[in-house]
Every structure is written in structure tokens, then in C-alpha cells.
Ligand binder design. Structure first.
Ligand SMILES: Cc1cc2nc3c(=O)[nH]c(=O)nc-3n(C[C@H](O)[C@H](O)[C@H](O)COP(=O)(O)O)c2cc1C
Length: 140
């Protein structure tokens, strides 16, 4: 099974989550600037919340690479605990891609909030999340 990890990170938190998730499933984390070169069965996409939504670069990556994406699982962080899942699911569905229903979100530092995140527990949790999504897609 081919697994790819892509992320967008302004402050480094999503990058840390992507590194942990990729390590857990034997993939190499890359930013959304790196297009897919071949078809993957599962794309783990790291997208955190900025002004209530994922960055436009995440959505455009999905649109540009749609033909090479089997399914998507979403992970990310935010100050509020909210996720980018709904926005990514809507964008993916528009180009005919299935998004797995389980997503992962942890707190990310923002101004004076959540300075200790991502914690080592957050990183362990995103690893477990990534492995579980691989198992979910493999079982189909
Ligand atoms: C410009 C900006 C806007 C943000 N807007 C929101 C927001 O609307 N809601 C929220 O919960 N967090 C918001 N955050 C917090 C980020 O989601 C949080 O810091 C996240 O961990 C950033 O991930 P990154 O370090 O990978 O860029 C914002 C952060 C920045 C820098």
C-alpha cells in the first residue's frame, strides 16, 4: 500500500505532527509544495486552522493532485481545538476523493496559549492515528 504525507505549516506545529505521523507509517513528510509523483492509496494531510480554515495551499494541493489520491485522512492543530476536517472533506468531495471520517486535532501554540504543544503525548497520539488510518484503508 502506498502512503503519502503532505502538510502545510506556518509555525512548525503541523510539521512536527507530520514528521511523527510519517515515521509511524514509514513515509517521508513533505510540504504541499511537493506534488505527488504517482498514485497513493492514502494521503495523510496535515492542515491546521488559520482564520477559521485550512490554508488555500492545502486545498489547491488536493485539487491539483486529485487523480493520484485514493483516500485522505486529515490531521492538524488549532488554538481552539477546532479542525479543518469539514473544509477539507468538502473540497475533496468536489473532486471525487473520499475522506476518512476519523480526523486528528491537537492544540497548537497561539499567542499566550498552549505553549507546550505539541506535547509528546500529542505526537504519540498522531502516530497511533496514522497507523489506524493505514489499517482502515488496508482492510478495504
Ligand atoms: C494567522 C493565524 C491565524 C490563526 N487562526 C486560528 C483560528 O481561527 N482558530 C484557531 O483555533 N486557531 C487559529 N490559529 C492557531 C493555529 O491553528 C495554531 O497555532 C496551529 O498550531 C498552527 O500550526 P502551524 O504551527 O503548523 O502553522 C491561528 C494561527 C495563526 C498564525
Amino acid at each position: 500500500m502506498k502512503i503519502e504525507v503532505r502538510y502545510y505549516s506556518r509555525g512548525g506545529t503541523t510539521s512536527k505532527l507530520a514528521t511523527a505521523a510519517a515515521e509511524a507509517v514509514g513515509a517521508v513528510p513533505m510540504t504541499v509544495e511537493d506534488d505527488l509523483k504517482e498514485k497513493c492509496d492514502l494521503l495523510l494531510i496535515g492542515a491546521s486552522v488559520y482564520a477559521g480554515r485550512p490554508d488555500a495551499k492545502v486545498i489547491s494541493f488536493i485539487q491539483r493532485n486529485a487523480v493520484n489520491i485514493g483516500a485522505i485522512a486529515v490531521f492538524g492543530s488549532s488554538a481552539s481545538g477546532r479542525s479543518t476536517f469539514n473544509a477539507i472533506k468538502a473540497a475533496a468531495q468536489d473532486v471525487g476523493i473520499k475522506v476518512l471520517e476519523s480526523d486528528f486535532t491537537c492544540y497548537g501554540p497561539f499567542m499566550f496559549l498552549h505553549k507546550k504543544h505539541p506535547t509528546s503525548e500529542d505526537l504519540q497520539r498522531v502516530k497511533a492515528f496514522a497507523r489506524a488510518r493505514v489499517d482502515e484503508v488496508s482492510a478495504k
